[in-house]
Design a protein around this ligand. Sequence first.
Ligand SMILES: C[S@@+](CC[C@H](N)C(=O)[O-])C[C@H]1O[C@@H](n2cnc3c(N)ncnc32)[C@H](O)[C@@H]1O
Length: 283
Amino acid sequence: MNIGALEEHYKSELVPLYDREEAKSLFSLAAEQVLLLSPGKLMMQKDTEISFINEQKLLSILNDLQIGKPIQHILEEAHFYGLVFKVNEHVLIPRPETEELVEWIISVCSSQFTVNEAKILDIGTGSGCIPITLKKHLPNAEVSTLDVSGEAIAVAKHNAQQIGVEVDFLEADILTFQSKDKFDIIVSNPPYIRYLEKLEMHTNVLLHEPHLALFVSDENPLLFYKAIADFAKTNLKPKGQLFFEINEYLDKETIEMLDDKGFINIDLRKDMQGKDRMVRAEI
Ligand SMILES: C[S@@+](CC[C@H](N)C(=O)[O-])C[C@H]1O[C@@H](n2cnc3c(N)ncnc32)[C@H](O)[C@@H]1O
């Protein structure tokens, strides 16, 4: 089969699960990795015959896609802020809205800290996408991160090594974690989806992403935000800043909670899809 024919095969086989454009970009991602071709070359070489071995690999990826596995898990990598991160079943696949949170922090640090020497703590490491990207773009910052999942920490450590940055990793539970360290910036994208929101979710996410990274109880959805805000009250330096990715449906509740705890200059931002998604607050 040639590249063009296999792309058409992907589109016709995947359409019940994905639309044709999504199916096309899934084929591109798979073909780029298997055939080692850039997206441009892939477009230009539609008539090129694929070797038997590579055809088998691409058909096996198609099988995995048909059973709902996310492409990032099949290829074991995800792109985030121009960097490539290893991902597996133990870590959340980094999301575009989190790139926007990182962008916000980089711009704040670049303008407010001399030569970007901020001391930064990220809570809920996952793949390490937040702390590693921050360190990459703010090389003078001192960045540490924690996660309750040892498996996630292992993936993130691997990513830090691959990307070539130094980040301190700690396996710890933020609900009980205490520290004497003081930070300029504390950032977190904690679990924030209520079980009642499960019905809105794509089965890909439900079946293949770690529930530890996603869900909180319907009764206490701000559990992590409250614990992190309390931690930030004692562990932020004067004028230190707290950044959260938030649940779009809980923006008012999150702001009210921060206000009740005495945070000031609370700033809510929308993501590119127009959803209330990020908050910054100062002590
Ligand atoms: C929504 S994911 C975010 C992962 C990553 N920061 C990102 O943005 O892609 C939340 C992370 O919090 C971690 N987590 C869950 N409960 C935790 C706890 N009690 N203490 C510390 N981390 C926790 C999960 O293992 C998961 O990696």
